[in-house]
Ligand binder design. Structure first.
Ligand code: BGP
Length: 470
């Protein structure tokens, strides 16, 4: 019997912008995504899942299905419509009501301060490439720590610093839509890690109650041919871009020589500048042991070939048209999908062992980690709604396999304290729209009715027994 530990969190994850809707309500400030979606995609953040009005329904459902944790993010621009300065009291009140509703239902809120939605005023000013915005973020964090200290026990500074840099400056699928600028990618990673470090140092030095950490997306990278040194090198470099640079910043408090050699090689091949100051390194160093937990978001692994010397070229598959992705980075390598591993319609390679390997990598390479939560994992699928439900056996199987990987990592000594399925209810996907669903609860986006999927009933039993094979 594979039983997860007592007090394990069986959670569901959401994010403000993907769930709330109500983008113009009660004084919320604009975010760059508002314009970017209008101009580049076939959908917008309205109505999303109308969580702004329906959170009591979602929390009641969570309660009824034994879900004891929820990831939610605060929309920075509901509190500071311009990112700093004037405070919007209605936004502040909304999150008080939301957190209270969580506790009323016995669902612990794990609260993220920034989940992709920098206020437009600061975004148009350079987002985290502009160092002034580090201070604006830290001030926003301080405000939230003070305001919500009696309601929030688990704080996360940022969600996915890695994919933010990737979406904004490498594949161009996130605003401002810049492509192939690896200098900006690493600069954004560094500056956001500095903002994270400043915020957690403030939290710890002022003895706020509760725990604090950061959530990183950690896709695992493998060489296509482990005996080919070019493939092995491509894998190492790709890992630096997506994982190692930010993990070093989090837990070493500096970038290792190996990491910087890789970064310098990538920038020499692709152009671009990176400025890491002495102050940055001091800030990172001070915070390196202060992370109470690391959140790992894991969806996929990638296999790398090292035989690519052409120009950097990326095609993002945003429509679920299987086999349309292209990913080639000059001087690094290219992703190879011709491996014996299933993949989703969006070309995400489903490989549960990648989750085990990634957890154990953190445990082995960064022994000053304290605790891990799997803060996102889930299956994006074109769900078929029939008889008032979705028979999503594929999703159940996906979760089972990934929880087995978590279980095995725990057996091998990793301290993993919870799992949050992405997503609690269906929400829209940033660069793929409303057709890519992940939820335990099906959302009819026209009526906003919720319907438990087969996976919700399975998850309920899992949370009750803690037995993955139940
Ligand atoms: C993560 C984000 C989530 C969510 C998820 C699924 O990167 O933190 O907000 O969107 O991925 O990704 P997608 O919506 O692209 O399928």
């Amino acid at each position: 019997m594979k039983k997860l530990p007592e007090n394990f969190i069986f959670g569901g994850a959401t994010a403000a912008y993907q769930a709330e809707g109500a983008t113009k309500e009660d004084g919320k400030g604009r975010v760059a995504w508002d314009t970017f979606l209008e101009e580049n995609y076939w959908y917008t953040a309205e109505p999303a899942s109308d969580f702004y009005h329906r959170y009591p329904i979602d929390l009641k459902l969570a309660h009824d299905f034994n879900i004891n944790g929820i990831r939610i993010s605060i929309a920075w621009s509901r509190i500071f419509p311009n990112g700093y300065g004037e405070i919007n009291q209605k936004g502040v009140e909304f999150y008080h009501k939301l957190f209270q509703e969580c506790h009323k239902n016995g669902v612990e809120p794990f609260v993220t301060l920034h989940h992709f939605d920098t206020p437009e005023v600061l975004h148009s000013n350079g987002d985290f490439l502009n160092r002034d915005n580090i201070e604006h973020f830290v001030n926003y964090a301080k405000f939230c720590f003070d305001e919500y200290k009696n309601e929030v026990n688990y704080w996360t500074t940022f969600n996915e610093i890695g994919p933010i840099g990737e979406g904004q400056y490498l594949n161009g699928k996130f605003p401002p839509g810049i492509q192939y600028d690896l200098g900006k990618l690493f600069q954004s990673h560094n500056n956001m890690m500095v903002a994270h470090a400043k915020a957690i140092a403030y939290f710890k030095e002022n003895d706020y109650p509760g725990e604090i950490g950061v959530v990183h997306a950690l896709p695992t990278k493998y060489p296509y041919d482990p005996n080919n040194p070019d493939d092995v090198r491509a894998c190492e470099l790709e890992d630096i871009i997506h994982n190692k640079f930010i993990l070093d910043a989090t837990y070493l408090g500096h970038y290792s020589k190996e990491t910087m050699d890789g970064v310098n090689h990538i920038l020499a091949e692709n152009g671009g500048n990176l400025e890491i100051t002495e102050d940055d390194l001091k800030t990172l160093d001070k915070a390196k042991d202060m992370n109470d937990f690391l959140g790992i978001n894991y969806y996929m692994s990638d296999w790398m070939r090292g035989d690519y010397e052409g120009e950097t070229t990326i095609t993002h598959n945003s429509t679920g048209d299987k086999g349309t992705s292209v990913y080639k980075i000059k001087g690094v390598g290219q992703r190879e999908s011709d491996v014996d591993v299933p993949r989703t319609d969006w070309d995400w390679m489903i490989y549960p062992k990648g989750l085990y390997d990634q957890i154990m990598r953190v445990v082995n390479d960064y022994p000053n980690y304290h605790k891990i939560y799997i803060t996102e994992n889930g299956l994006g699928y074109k769900d078929k709604f029939e008889d008032g439900t979705v028979y999503d056996d594929e999703r159940i199987d996906y979760i089972k396999q990934h929880l087995t990987a978590v279980y095995e990592a725990i057996q091998d000594g990793a301290n993993v304290a919870g799992y949050f399925l992405w997503s609690l209810m269906d929400v829209f996907s940033w660069s793929n729209g409303y057709e890519k669903r992940y939820g335990l609860f099906y959302v009819d986006f026209d009526t906003q009715e919720r319907y438990p999927k087969k996976s919700a009933y399975w998850y309920k039993k899992l949370a009750e027994t803690r037995n993955i094979d139940a």
